[in-house]
Design a protein around this ligand. Structure first.
Ligand SMILES: NC(=O)c1ccc[n+]([C@@H]2O[C@H](COP(=O)([O-])OP(=O)(O)OC[C@H]3O[C@@H](n4cnc5c(N)ncnc54)[C@H](O)[C@@H]3O)[C@@H](O)[C@H]2O)c1
Length: 348
């Protein structure tokens, strides 16, 4: 902050799709923030966004942080770089909003969590679906017991042919995996949030690489099947210590009739619920009875996630997808990949 300008000075690392679509546009319109710099290892990409938002462009993270001394940093680089960019930003005294997934491994996410604690800075992850009013409503109702004991949850993040045609999403070395770490993680997080993060006992999983290496174009453009190195579909079952199970189904490519499904269904012994839009229902002698319903799913969830982060940085006790939970999610993602790759049940 400088002079009479009390706005938080913000810088962004990684000037790609999510930086432009969510982070830069949010900081630009938020009255509490002033976007001062954008960094990308592709200088022309940093310049493109910096020109659009009237801030400085950099191609080196350290130079940007030492020159601008921002209060807040958004990390929007590919997964492989989250760890190093988050640690660098925390060491420079910044609060950090990092894109999901937190990192490439639980060990990295653990270090990031400890570094934030030591620096006494906020480290939040952009698990934005939990900020949807639908998800918040279901969390309240599950906590209030409206569904009774929730014993089966099905989380789906499925695309018929939606391999991302931009970025490095098909590169295991830079991304850590395919649909599980990219989109499945979103529905896993939202489902666990609604359930109140019950302790996981063990995980089994199966992953497939059938279509990403043979097809080359779809809903989100084209990709190179020869260098496709991530799973294209994965199915996991999480067993909770409370006796319940969560089934996770996720794909970039899978022969299903729907183009895309991003939703979660909860089955309790008193009622069931669907997440998007929030709908709570039960059976009455064979008839479906609605107990609660939102007409349409909340589409402001991404802005709400960003606003919660800034409010929290400013001192409001707003709940976040914070570093501790990010670490837990990363442990589960690793357990699911280990279970799939080794064909074993992984205990947590
Ligand atoms: N929350 C969400 O719904 C959501 C949606 C999309 C992407 N994401 C996440 O955001 C991140 C970026 O995804 P994207 O779709 O914007 O990808 P992208 O490829 O469009 O953007 C990434 C940018 O980072 C830059 N970059 C690469 N290495 C860098 C480095 N070492 N230093 C600085 N910049 C570097 C690239 O040049 C690129 O411009 C990923 O982690 C992804 O999982 C989250």
């Amino acid at each position: 902050m400088s002079g009479s300008d009390t706005r938080l000075r913000v810088a962004i690392i990684g000037a790609g799709n999510i930086a432009e679509r969510v982070h830069a546009s949010f900081y630009h319109m938020c009255s509490d923030t002033h976007l001062v710099g954008i960094c990308d290892n592709r200088p022309e990409q940093a310049q493109l966004l910096a020109t659009k938002y009237g801030c400085e462009a950099f191609d080196d993270v350290d130079t940007m942080l030492s020159t601008l001394r921002p209060d807040v940093v958004s990390v929007c680089s590919p997964n492989r770089f989250h760890y190093q960019h988050v640690l660098t930003a925390l060491a420079a005294g910044c609060h950090v909003m990092c894109e999901k997934p937190p990192a490439m491994s639980p060990a990295e996410a653990n270090e990031m969590r400890l570094a934030a604690r030591k620096a006494k800075k906020v480290l939040a992850y952009d698990f934005h679906h939990r900020f949807a009013l639908d998800v918040q409503l279901l969390r309240e109702q599950v906590a209030a017991g409206t569904l009774g004991e929730v014993y089966v949850t099905t989380a789906r993040a499925l695309r018929r042919c939606g391999v991302p045609g931009w970025g490095v999403f098909t590169n295991k070395t830079l991304q850590g995996g395919g649909p599980l770490i990219d989109i499945g993680i979103h529905m896993l997080d939202a489902a666990l949030f609604v359930l109140g993060f019950p302790a996981v006992k063990c995980v089994t999983a199966h992953s497939f690489q059938k279509l990403g290496t043979t097809k080359s174009n779809g809903q989100f453009g084209t990709w190179d099947p020869a260098s496709y190195s991530v799973e294209d579909a994965l199915f996991a079952t999480l067993e909770f210590h409370n006796g319940g199970i969560l089934r996770l189904e996720t794909s970039f490519a899978l022969n299903i009739p729907e183009q895309s499904i991003m939703n979660v269904q909860f089955c309790g012994d008193k009622a069931g619920a669907t997440m998007f839009p929030a709908h709570i229902y039960q059976d009455d002698a064979g008839q479906l009875v609605t107990l609660m319903q939102r007409e349409t799913a909340d589409d402001l969830r991404h802005a709400r996630s960003m606003a919660a982060f800034i409010d929290h940085v400013k001192g409001s006790p707003v709940a976040l997808a914070e570093a501790e939970q990010g670490y837990e999610i990363q442990r589960l993602v690793q357990a699911i990949y280990d279970a799939a790759e080794q064909g074993v049940t992984v205990a947590l």
